[in-house]
Design a protein around this ligand. Structure first.
Ligand SMILES: NC(=O)c1ccc[n+]([C@@H]2O[C@H](COP(=O)([O-])OP(=O)(O)OC[C@H]3O[C@@H](n4cnc5c(N)ncnc54)[C@H](OP(=O)(O)O)[C@@H]3O)[C@@H](O)[C@H]2O)c1
Length: 271
């Protein structure tokens, strides 16, 4: 479905660059069907030699050549970017916006009436094909648009679809920001390994692979995490002592509060 589509990434920064890299690596579109832009043309040569795609300084010109536009600018640059493309984008395009805390309605209102918009919240593990993306359709996007967006993002990870856009702040706080929390957990587990005498590299591998393995157990067995946890806690065994320390440190409440606070911040920015 995407082989004859041209995809323009408006804002080839961190997440935009991750998407370009993944689309190419997974052969979703050939480099000649991928276009990109940044605000400063000083970056163009580097990006173009890294990915082999055509870079534009003029967003309007780029949009005219594309079928799907992935908007990957910071929320504070949205108004400017949308003003630049307003006269070039038509209802035949599909606009996928990645900006956190920015509703489809906000984007739709800054464009002409009837432009199909889908909001997507991916995360950076898209780079290693383990991304988590949540898609939320706007007022003018139909099943065929959702299908195209799903095809793009499922090529580098899991995709879920959410109809209630109010929940996108919670999604941002959980899976959008999630890798940030997980890196801290891996780093801390590894430090524990170092404290117990392991070399740092080995400790980091053990921590990260255990995190990956446990995650796969949850996703692939469909078992409740509590049941899986129970299955590794032998009576009077080692794990139970570790769990007691985690509970004593308030790990559950800390994590719940982290998501709740981040969701609150996302809601605050949205407004
Ligand atoms: N990073 C993540 O993990 C992640 C995950 C999900 C969603 N998001 C969302 O993705 C968006 C981008 O985040 P990021 O971390 O990738 O930011 P970033 O690294 O700063 O990238 C933003 C890019 O947008 C470009 N840009 C700004 N205004 C532009 C314009 N008018 N025309 C063309 N390009 C323009 C910038 O160009 P210059 O460099 O030349 O200024 C830069 O390349 C944000 O809205 C964020 O909420 C990010």
């Amino acid at each position: 479905m995407l082989s004859n589509k041209k995809i323009a990434v408006l804002g080839v920064g961190k997440i935009g660059g991750t998407l370009v890299s993944s689309l190419l690596k997974n052969k979703i579109v050939p480099a000649e069907n991928l276009l990109g832009s940044t605000r400063h043309s000083a970056n163009h040569e580097k990006i173009s030699s890294q990915f082999g795609i055509k870079l534009f300084s003029n967003n309007a010109e780029m949009v005219k050549l594309a079928n799907i536009i992935i908007l990957a600018v910071k929320p504070q640059n949205m108004k400017q970017a949308l003003a630049e493309i307003k006269d070039s984008i038509t209802p035949n395009h599909l606009m996928i916006t990645l900006a956190a805390a920015t509703s489809t309605r906000f984007v739709e209102q800054l464009l002409k009436e009837g432009i199909p918009v889908i909001r997507a919240m991916p995360n950076t593990p898209c780079l290693v094909n383990e991304g988590m993306t949540v898609l939320c359709p706007g007022r003018f996007s139909g099943p065929e648009h959702l299908k195209m967006a799903k095809q793009i993002f499922s090529s580098f990870g899991r995709v879920e679809i959410l109809d209630n856009e109010d929940l996108m702040d919670a999604v941002t706080a959980l899976s959008g920001s999630g890798p940030g929390y997980i890196y801290i957990m891996i780093e801390s587990l590894a430090e524990g390994g170092v404290k117990a005498g392991l070399p740092r590299d080995l400790a980091t591998t053990l921590a990260a692979q255990s995190m990956l393995g446990a995650s796969k157990m949850v996703l692939e067995t469909g078992e409740h995490p509590a049941k899986l946890k129970d299955s590794v806690t032998t009576p009077a065994g080692v794990t139970m002592d570790g769990i007691m320390e985690l509970e004593d440190g308030g790990i559950r409440v800390t994590l719940i509060k982290a998501i709740s606070k981040a969701a609150e911040r996302s809601r605050e920015i949205s407004q």
